[in-house]
Design a protein around this ligand. Structure first.
Ligand code: SF4
Ligand code: FES
Length: 362
């Protein structure tokens, strides 16, 4: 940690490298922005190599190779090798479609440390419908088997919403069958595509309560066999999450075209100025870019956060969600039950949604 004037400047620990926005799947809650970076604008291999060296110099310990689908990049093994050479722990986050047996072997030879595969449901037909890609489920399972054959640690990611929330137990069974050491069960976060499709994705309060109880029971039943990480759905929580560990505090995102964001959804907040790795070093961006300094620390927070003892724990919640629900990115995240805008979230969470789940982006 270094001190830069009045503001404490922490070292970032993690870097999300969004290598491409291209992806063969079409999940209705996709975390890609609504406006995608084009293939022609993607950073080249050499620039990613420089970014990883700069990240390591800045204190970053782990890089997540993500997308879109990172397998859409032919130079993925070279990119992974350069992250490893920079001394970074290297995690691949993949849909499982687009990573061939050859590619995963090349990645393993490049020194890849860990693989996360997203699976949309334990039911193959439903999984393919949610992904919008026939045969995706089988390919995901085949890749998981290959990952384990190579001896790599595996995490299965499940994004939970109304169409699969009743099958969390079956998903944990599937993750065990696939020899995963961890399953990450994350309810949909309502930004970007998921916000557009919120009415179709949102489970009822009863479903959320049952799912939370089931996760506790599954943790006890499978203790020592698999780690079950579960993220409470924002709209049904009492306090907000400390989103990204605090704005400009622990992590950074590099988009396919090189913009550096404090979080993956930050472009939803208008008038933020993002600097690009093509023009600035990562250290310069981390310390001085206007976007990173916009909401650093807690001094900007209004009441009730300003006098709340939790403000150094959750940093007033998520800036993107505060903006999307109140129009003010400095506001207390309305997920917090103390927020003056909480009624809106409570209403959205309490409503039994009646839009059909149509398995498509709308
Ligand atoms: Fe967190 Fe602000 Fe709510 Fe306190 S009032 S719990 S700091 S969001
Ligand atoms: Fe941007 Fe939470 S997603 S701060």
């Amino acid at each position: 940690m270094a001190d830069s004037g009045a503001m404490t400047l922490y070292k970032p620990l993690g870097l999300l490298a969004e290598l491409t926005h291209r992806c063969p799947l079409g999940c209705p809650y996709c975390s890609n922005p609504l406006a995608l970076d084009k293939r022609d604008d993607e950073l080249d291999t050499a620039t990613w190599m420089r970014v990883f060296k700069e990240a390591a110099g800045l204190g970053v310990l782990q890089v997540h190779l993500s997308g879109g689908e990172p397998g859409a990049r032919r130079d993925l093994p070279e990119i992974a090798a350069s992250a490893r050479e920079a001394g970074l722990y290297t995690n691949l986050i993949t849909s499982g479609v687009g990573i061939t047996t050859r590619t995963i072997r090349d990645l393993w030879e490049a020194g890849l440390d860990h693989v996360q595969i997203s699976i949309q449901d334990s039911d193959a037909v439903s999984s393919d419908r949610i992904a919008g890609y026939r045969g995706a489920y089988a390919r995901k399972c085949a890749l998981a088997a290959e990952v384990k054959r190579l001896g790599l640690p595996l995490t299965i990611n499940l994004v939970v919403h109304r169409a699969n929330i009743e099958r969390i137990g079956a998903m944990v069974d599937l993750a065990l069958d696939l020899k995963a050491s961890r399953i990450e069960i994350a309810h949909v976060q309502y930004y970007g595509w998921a916000l557009k499709n919120r009415a179709a994705l949102m489970p009822s309060a009863d479903q959320v309560a049952r799912a939370a109880a089931e996760v506790e029971e599954l943790r006890a039943r499978h203790h020592g066999k698999i780690v079950i990480d579960a993220v409470v759905p924002d709209y049904h929580a009492r306090f907000p999450k400390p989103c990204v560990g605090g704005w400009g505090r622990r992590s950074l995102n590099v988009t396919p075209s090189g913009k550096v964001l404090p979080c993956h959804a930050a472009e939803a907040i208008p008038d933020l100025e993002f600097w690009n790795v093509r023009e600035h070093s990562l250290a310069d961006i981390w310390a001085s870019s206007p976007a990173f300094n916009a909401f650093r620390g807690t001094d900007f927070l209004p009441e009730p956060c300003a006098s709340c003892e939790r403000r150094e724990i959750d940093f007033g919640g998520c800036r993107c969600q505060a903006f999307l629900l109140t129009g003010d990115a400095r506001a207390t995240d309305p997920v917090c039950h103390l927020s003056p805008d909480h009624t809106r979230v409570a209403e959205l969470a309490a409503v039994q949604q009646d839009a059909p789940y149509n398995y498509r982006r709308m």
